[in-house]
Design a binder for this molecule. Structure first.
Ligand code: ADP
Ligand code: MG
Length: 602
């Protein structure tokens, strides 16, 4: 009988170890915090040992009373001993409580440290991954793995270890004591416990499945409500409130049903536990009573002691099932985390030594195909830009202009051909040096939900406020900023002010100017700015970029005003190039653009 109980437990423990392949990733952290963990484990064992004293002294106290009624002990002596025992019981209980507190303080803290380290590890890794990775994976998924999944893993690193140690200590000590004191009674008493453990395990599994459903539902509900709140003006304008109400109704009904399903299994949990504890208690009283009457056990107090043991064991037994399901969840979560950690960045910094950048750029027969769409955005493109030159790339949307700039900052690597910076293949350059040497203003200017000042400061963390004002003036956005009540402290984004497209572009230009790089990449960054302001900015840029290599992308000829050289792209190929004068003398896209624009002006 007893061997079968242990066999069952062993199978459980083994089952939970064999699928812990992914969780091995955490070993380095366990190693890092090994002393703290060891201390925590020692404290756990001490806490349990103290709590073990209680049942024994309850038994002894009852024996004192028994002896008093049996006439073998005098009243005063009995009172004195009882008082002593009560002191011991209270004292050990207090000590056990103190150590239980310390146990949580050490082990749960370790799990928080591990959570912190793991989050940093994952985030650092996210940062070195390339744009392709971000295209393939949804933002929500990235967020989930760094928050929800790491949280599941933390449950393994903390509570599982703590309760696991607790359970093992309690099992070993309590069961040994029970067998030493009354082996037959011990065996009878322990029978229901493995059943309890298996049942709790099954129930936890169902609870987990159903709570996952509730979670999924909650996230779809919040997506839906969020969308309807942000799109409230469209909903009102089109008068579709009733339709939205209906959709919410459907979602809410689904939510109610999934929550009810969960509540139904949850409701089983405690009654089952109480039932099984009750059965164990009855067994103790029935068999213990019988044995006492037969004179097989010495004292009546032993029955009380065993009842306390049974109650001490039930929680750990129930928890074995719960722990197993946590380990399974943590394993699944760690697997998802490892999947991302295993992704090698296609472009990484392999050059350790510093490679200062001067600013010559050359494309040699460059062809580039986007991995996900298989669109060949550049076909056999070649050009040369000397350091300090300004070159404009003109062409319709989709002609490959932005792709050229992305290749210069090495956000992607070419499919064939070569990009050379200062005569060196771009792969031979220190990636950090390269990116530091570039001030890019992307086509879709992105500003963080922060103050305007900090958004500009992004270009150079140590810049003075005067420097920020100076670049804002050059980007012709200073007057707009001064117009806001909080000026440079105006918060942008969701909870702040929304800038117009043109203002965003100019803040973004100011950011690039502050960086004072060797190479400027301006991607259609004046598209939302009126022609007068454009003139003003271009004049300022001309001064600023005198000794900088400057690549200006635009679909307007006016933006190319200061360019030494103009390259016209169509469908990923260079169709014309030359200076303004050269291009003016030939028919083609440039002329077409130029004439269109003159017409636009009038
Ligand atoms: P432009 O800047 O001249 O408008 P792009 O360089 O952005 O042109 O785009 C060139 C072509 O590559 C387009 O056909 C576009 O659809 C495609 N493309 C651009 N960016 C991506 C991307 N990130 N993934 C897949 N295809 C892209
Ligand atoms: Mg573009």
């Amino acid at each position: 009988m007893q061997s079968s109980i242990f066999a069952l437990l062993l199978i459980k423990v083994q089952a939970s170890f064999s699928f812990m392949k992914e969780l091995k990733h955490l070993n380095k952290y366990f190693k890092k915090y090994r002393y703290k963990l060891l201390l925590g484990i020692i404290i756990t064992v001490i806490a349990r040992l103290f709590s073990l004293a209680v049942p024994n002294y309850v038994n002894l106290s009852i024996q004192v009373i028994e002896n008093y009624f049996g006439g073998t002990t005098a009243l005063s002596e009995a009172k004195q001993t009882l008082f002593l025992y009560i002191l011991i019981i209270v004292g050990t209980a207090l000590l056990s409580a103190l150590f239980t507190f310390l146990m949580r303080q050490t082990i749960i803290n370790v799990s928080r440290y591990i959570e912190y380290d793991l989050k940093n590890e994952v985030f650092d890794h996210y940062q070195i991954l390339n744009l392709n990775f971000y295209k393939k994976n949804r933002i929500g998924d990235l967020m989930n793995r760094i928050s929800e999944d790491i949280n599941q893993v933390r449950m393994y690193a903390g509570p599982v270890i703590m309760y696991g140690m607790n359970t093992i200590t309690t099992f070993v000590c309590v069961i040994s004591i029970m067998y030493i004191k009354a082996p037959t009674l011990a065996t009878y008493t322990l029978v229901p416990l493995p059943i309890l453990s298996v049942l709790i395990y099954q129930i936890s599994k169902i609870i987990h499945q159903r709570s996952t459903k509730v979670q999924e539902f909650l996230s779809s509900l919040s997506t839906f409500t969020q969308e309807s709140f942000s799109g409230v003006s469209v909903i009102k304008a089109y008068g579709i409130e009733p339709k939205i109400n209906e959709e919410i109704e459907v979602l809410a009904t689904q939510g109610k049903n999934t929550s009810m399903d969960l509540a139904k299994v949850n409701a089983w949990f405690f009654p089952l536990m109480i039932l099984l504890i009750g059965i164990s208690n009855i067994i103790v009283i029935y068999f213990g009573g019988k044995q006492y009457l037969n004179g097989e056990i010495a004292s009546f107090g032993l029955i009380a002691e065993f009842i306390l043991y049974v109650n001490m064991l039930t929680w750990p037994v129930a928890i074995v099932g719960w722990l197993t399901s946590i380990v399974q969840r943590a394993e699944a979560s760690q697997k998802r985390i490892n999947e991302f950690l295993k992704v090698e960045p296609a472009i990484k910094n392999e050059i350790a030594e510093e490679t200062p950048i001067v600013g010559d750029i050359e494309f040699k027969n460059v062809t580039f195909t986007y991995e996900d769409t298989h669109i060949t955005a550049l076909k056999n493109v070649s050009f040369k830009i000397k350091a300090g030159e300004t070159v404009a790339f003109l062409g319709k949307t989709g002609s490959g202009k932005s792709t050229i700039l992305d290749l210069v900052s090495r956000l992607y690597d070419v499919s064939s051909g070569e990009v050379l910076i200062d005569g060196q293949p771009i792969q031979k350059l220190n990636l950090n040096n390269l990116r530091q040497a570039i001030g890019a203003v992307p086509q879709d200017a992105f500003l963080f939900s922060d103050t305007i000042e900090n958004n500009i400061r992004f270009g150079d963390e140590n810049a003075s406020f005067e420097a920020i004002v100076d670049v804002a003036k050059k980007a012709v956005v200073h007057d707009n900023i001064e117009g806001f009540t909080k000026k440079y402290n105006t918060i942008l984004g969701e909870r702040g002010i929304t800038l117009s497209g043109g203002q965003k572009q100019r803040v973004s230009i100011a950011r690039a100017l502050l960086k004072n790089p060797k190479i400027y990449l301006f991607d259609d960054c004046l598209s939302a700015v009126d022609t007068e302001t454009e003139e003003e900015i271009l004049t300022n840029l001309k001064k600023v970029s005198k000794e900088k290599t400057t690549l200006i992308v635009s679909h307007r000829v006016s933006s190319a005003k200061n360019a030494d050289h103009i390259i016209i792209l169509e469908d990923g190929q260079i169709i014309q190039e030359g200076t303004h004068e050269q291009l003016n003398n030939i028919d083609g896209y440039y002329k077409e653009l130029y004439i269109n624009q003159l017409a636009e002006k009038e």
